[in-house]
Design a protein around this ligand. Structure first.
Ligand SMILES: O=C(O)CCC(=O)C(=O)O
Ligand SMILES: [Fe+2]
Length: 302
């Protein structure tokens, strides 16, 4: 049975969250993402995202300008490091032969394009492995907003894994150990000029206060710092296995017009299996809110 959750008292908004039949995620109604948003609605929405890890709003059908405006209501979409280092990648992603309407104008609008009508993105392993986006940042990016422009008949799902549930599910001893650890995030294999960033393995969410596992291999580099090699190996294998159990996972089947927002700090994501011959186009815009130094401190549990 789906539970109902009314988020309407303090902010005089009427957002309704219906949790998915899954460990995480909820469908949210009571918001038109094409309209200007008031502060109370955005506060409520952010609380719901923090609570459920991700929310989906159906039937939105945003064009790029509307998508940018909505993402801007969550935070800033002008992320200078992104614009500087990813320009080449973005330019490549924006080449959509025969579909000028899908050419991104906003520098932060990234199009994920699959299907024989356009250009099949290589299934390069990276998008099909669990990851968070832009983990090379000093302050992990909070909001990934995605719109579904074209959807397949089957396949090309997006899978999400709630890492605060994963943390809570650890045995007390492992929890206590990972709480103490830091790990290096290195994106230099993609962008050689980026600095390496050190973050705790476990982040504390600035809104919910929940702890979640952020620094696992694949997302971060190799092993946590200052841990004997053998212990690090065992610990990381344990975290990876924990993630692979799928016990914290919601598998999203896209409907045209979906707007999905997940919290990139406490949720990992990956693309589901490729569906040969099927077409799917998603547009993603990331947004960052709050004062970076304050947020970083909160994430680090201070
Ligand atoms: O293609 C997908 O389903 C996932 C894409 C992705 O990794 C992202 O939106 O950051
Ligand atoms: Fe991603």
């Amino acid at each position: 049975m789906l539970a109902q959750n009314n988020e309407n008292s303090t902010d005089s908004t009427a957002l309704t969250a219906t949790p998915f039949d899954a460990p995480m995620g909820a469908e949210v109604s009571g918001i038109d993402t094409r309209a200007p948003q008031d502060a109370g609605t955005i506060r409520s929405l952010k609380k719901l995202i923090a609570e459920h890890g991700c929310v989906v709003i159906r039937d939105q059908h945003l064009d790029e300008d509307q998508h940018v405006a909505f993402a801007e209501s969550l935070g800033s979409t002008s992320i200078p490091w992104l614009n500087a280092v990813e320009l080449n990648t973005l330019a490549r992603m924006k080449e959509l032969p025969g579909r000028p309407g899908y050419t991104g104008v906003h520098p932060g609008a990234v199009y994920f394009v699959n299907g024989p009508k356009y250009r099949d993105e290589p299934d390069d392993g990276y998008l099909q492995g669990w990851h968070a986006d832009m983990t090379h940042l000093q302050v992990p990016l909070p909001y990934a907003t995605l719109c579904a422009l074209e959807v397949p008949d089957y396949g090309y799902e997006t899978w999400l894994s709630d890492q605060s549930l994963a943390y809570e599910d650890l045995d007390p001893e492992t929890k206590a150990r990972v709480d103490q650890l830091s790990i290096i995030h290195n994106f230099q294999h993609v962008f050689p000029n980026l600095p390496r960033v050190i973050l705790p393995v476990v982040l504390k969410h600035p809104i919910s206060g929940k702890r979640s596992i952020y620094g696992i291999p694949g997302v971060a580099e190799g092993a946590p710092m200052d841990v004997p090699a053998e212990e690090a190996k065992v610990l990381m294998a344990k975290l990876a296995e924990h993630l692979e159990t799928g016990r914290f996972v919601y598998k999203h089947v896209w409907q045209k017009g979906d707007v999905m927002i997940w919290d990139n700090r406490c949720v990992l994501h990956r693309r589901g299996p490729q569906a040969k011959g099927q077409t799917r186009i998603l547009r993603r815009i990331m947004a960052a809110d709050g004062d970076p130094a304050t947020i970083r401190n909160q994430l680090m549990g201070n």
